[in-house]
Design a protein around this ligand. Structure first.
Ligand SMILES: NC(=O)C1=CN([C@@H]2O[C@H](COP(=O)(O)OP(=O)(O)OC[C@H]3O[C@@H](n4cnc5c(N)ncnc54)[C@H](O)[C@@H]3O)[C@@H](O)[C@H]2O)C=CC1
Ligand SMILES: O=C(CO)COP(=O)(O)O
Length: 333
């Protein structure tokens, strides 16, 4: 039987996910919070704020009615920023079928609770949860550029259902049971991407970016393993894959934000110019608060420098010098 699917969140990722699903012939309810946005999508067939040049599929049903979107669905994707995940999960609770699979697609760690998105959702909903992650810039997925991703879940049958729903000739999804590693890779790479943007904005070169990607991966893996992840996951699409794309792509919001900081803009100016969610800002604070509170012991020099640049007004040039000036040591510890 054809699955009934909803995507909650009409931003760039929610729209691209919905479009990808329509390529597999699903009718997809796309819920957006703002009524004007929904009316415009219905009237013009375009999500103007995010993809003005792209004509949405006729299989997309834009709606501002959460009940219509969520009721009687087999799969519900949640595609809002981490800061909105709890609120959205609470609202969805009234309408969601108990057998629906929830797909968490945001990449971040909540500042107050130090929870990942799937953990926040599981505090609010009793449904089976899967996580979709990997190197998947919405701008490319929507244009059918070949993309590979990961669907993680403790429940492999549900992961396979989501894998099948998303996979097609242009989107190849793998499964992975390591939900912790998949989510932490996706969250922490945003901090490293932000650092890569800063370094590029300062005018440093490709060597510096390669060093950040490589040492960033070490930092992410150490952090993830301390929190229970499988180290191998960080060599996969949701680890190295997403780290590379976000640290190097013109599409990355985190990298663009960092670039503007490197060029001398203030945090507010840079955030305003990017105009979409920059998850790495809050995730940096979450990690450092967790470290200060003793929840995490792992050494995270890049994240610590980024925290000082973002929240303690440290000069980015000094942050680079301080990273380079640390005690010299062996590569593999
Ligand atoms: N854009 C991308 O290429 C990808 C983004 N992601 C992740 O997906 C998440 C969402 O990112 P984007 O779509 O890029 O952000 P975005 O800024 O383009 O869109 C976020 C959308 O969420 C909506 N929203 C915010 N609060 C809401 C609420 N309380 N109720 C309902 N809707 C609400 C906003 O109106 C906006 O339309 C982030 O965690 C991001 O890291 C993951 C993979 C790819
Ligand atoms: O996670 C992403 C691509 O995989 C999107 O990253 P940005 O939020 O930095 O654009």
């Amino acid at each position: 039987m054809t699955k009934k699917i909803a995507v909650i969140g009409g931003g760039s990722w929610g729209t691209a996910i919905a479009e990808n699903l329509t390529k597999n012939n699903f009718n997809v309810y796309l819920y957006a919070k703002r009524a004007e946005q929904v009316n415009e999508m219905i009237k013009t067939g375009r999500n103007k704020d995010y993809f003005p040049d792209y004509k949405l599929s006729d299989f997309i049903i834009p709606t501002n009615d959460l009940k219509e979107a969520v009721s009687n669905k087999d799969i519900v994707f949640i595609s809002v920023p981490t800061s909105a995940t709890r609120e959205v999960s609470r609202k969805v609770k009234k309408y969601i079928s108990k057998d629906a699979i929830v797909v968490s697609t945001a990449k971040g760690i909540d500042e107050d609770s130090f929870l990942t998105n799937s953990e926040i959702i599981s505090e609010e909903l009793a449904n089976t949860i899967t996580v979709l992650s990997g190197p998947t810039h919405a701008e490319e997925v929507i244009l059918d550029k070949p993309t590979a991703a990961v669907v993680a879940s403790k429940d492999m049958e549900s992961a396979k259902v989501v894998q099948k729903a998303m996979s097609n000739i242009r989107f190849r999804a793998y499964t992975n049971p390591d939900i912790v590693g998949v989510e932490l890779g996706g969250a922490i790479k945003n901090i490293i991407a932000l650092a890569s943007g800063i370094v590029a904005g300062l005018g440093y070169g490709d060597n510096s970016i390669a060093a950040l990607i490589t040492r960033g991966l070490t930092e992410i893996s150490r952090f993830g393993v301390e929190l229970g992840a499988n180290k191998a996951t960080f060599s996969g699409l949701s680890g190295l894959g997403d780290l590379v794309v976000t640290c190097t792509s013109e599409h990355s919001r985190n990298r663009s934000f960092g670039y503007k900081i490197g060029q001398g803009l203030s945090i507010d100016e840079a955030e305003r110019e990017v105009g979409q969610v920059v998850e790495g800002i809050k995730t940096t604070r979450s990690v450092i608060l967790a470290k200060k509170g003793g929840k995490v012991k792992t050494e995270m020099p890049i994240t610590e420098e980024i925290y000082e640049v973002l929240f303690e007004d440290k000069d980015p040039l000094k942050a680079v010098d301080d990273l380079m000036n640390r005690e010299i040591k062996t590569e593999i510890s």
